[in-house]
Design a protein around this ligand. Structure first.
Ligand code: GH3
Ligand code: MG
Ligand code: MG
Ligand code: MG
Ligand code: MG
Length: 317
């Protein structure tokens, strides 16, 4: 992705705009007390395809950040009425990481130019731009920073998502479930975990081919994702194994939900070409919160083993 030869500035900008805004409209916030610069930066960003929000002081800027979680970029002036640009950046970083929201500091103070850029960056800004600047300079900084965010977001997605089913992968399940488990601390709220495994899945692969097996995995995943509450955490744990964390469900409620899931999967027909594939799952459930998350998963796995041994297509605790 390097432009050949020596492109004109206009070509370069058009190329960059196409790259960074290929997925969605990006939103930027300009915090500057100077009407001139706020208007200039805002209109340049609009020209490059950004939706732009503006604030004339730090507190107003922080309010807009809170109200607009889709923000990708903040351009923040150094000298502001009320809290300084540096304080704004520190407050932003208390809540939003550098790899989720890019901040570019700007300042016109010539005499302390070096220290201000360093101060901004040490406080958590991703970059710095000195005023006055050429439009092209602004855009190169913006493009570089937004592109970094997008690359990180796409790596994060790949690291946490199972590519076949779109469900969370095992790593993401452990990270998130562990955080949820710890957040419960000594509260008496209930929690259940279920391990689920498709029955005789090998027969699907052997009888209809691997692509058909994949289609079954996708079908079962869709059904799982659609049947669960927003707060439930579902993941593809491995091959044809899935795992669910149910917050605030005691054993009898969790058992009912698992029974409904098991029944829904048994009743659904998954077709592949002309073949109709019967699918059932076995579920092992643990709702004993005294243990660690790992301990709960081990117990759920043992219950799953018992469900298999007892004839499959059933829920066991
Ligand atoms: P059981 O009821 O005891 O669970 O029997 P099973 O056949 O479901 O279990 P087994 O562990 O013997 O086989 C699981 C199979 O799942 C073996 C493996 O090739 C297949 N598998 C794992 N991942 C994938 C995948 O991503 N796609 C497909 N098509 N098959 C997969
Ligand atoms: Mg100012
Ligand atoms: Mg097995
Ligand atoms: Mg299986
Ligand atoms: Mg298995």
């Amino acid at each position: 992705y390097v432009l050949k030869d020596n492109p004109s500035s206009v070509d370069y900008l058009v190329w960059l705009v196409q790259r960074i805004s290929r997925n969605r409209a990006l939103t930027a916030l300009v915090i500057d007390d100077s009407n001139f610069y706020r208007g200039l930066i805002g209109s340049l960003l609009k020209l490059y395809g950004f939706a732009v929000l503006e604030a004339a002081d730090g507190e107003a800027g922080l309010e807009l950040i809170k109200a607009n979680p889709q923000l990708s970029l903040v351009i923040c002036d150094f000298e502001l009425p009320g809290i300084s640009g540096i304080q704004v950046v520190r407050r932003i970083r208390g809540k939003y990481a550098r790899d989720r929201l890019a901040v570019i500091g700007v300042s016109a103070s010539e005499s302390v130019r070096g220290p201000i850029s360093a101060q901004f960056i040490k406080s958590g800004a991703n970059d710095f731009l000195h005023k006055p600047f050429l439009p092209e300079e602004l855009f190169c900084r913006v493009a570089q920073n937004v592109e970094n965010l997008e690359n990180i977001a796409s790596l994060r997605h790949m690291a946490t998502t199972d590519p076949l089913t779109g469900l969370r992968n095992r790593r993401s399940f452990f990270d998130t479930a562990q955080r949820r488990f710890q957040a419960l601390g000594s509260q008496s709220r209930s929690l259940a975990v279920a391990m689920m495994d498709i029955d005789h899945f090998k027969k699907v692969n052997d009888g209809h081919g691997h692509d058909c097996g994949d289609a079954v995995l996708v079908g079962v995943s869709r059904l799982l994702a659609a049947s669960l509450r927003d707060d439930d955490l579902v993941a593809r744990f491995g091959g044809e194994e899935f795992c669910v964390l149910f917050p605030d469900l005691d054993e009898s409620k969790a058992r009912k939900i698992c029974e409904t899931l098991r029944n829904a999967i048994e009743s659904t027909t998954i077709t592949f070409g002309d073949a109709v594939i019967p699918v059932t799952i076995s579920i092992g459930l643990c709702s004993d919160r005294r243990d660690s998350l790992h301990g709960m998963l081990t117990q759920a796995d043992q219950a799953l083993y018992r469900a298999k041994a007892a004839g499959r297509n059933r829920v066991m605790t």
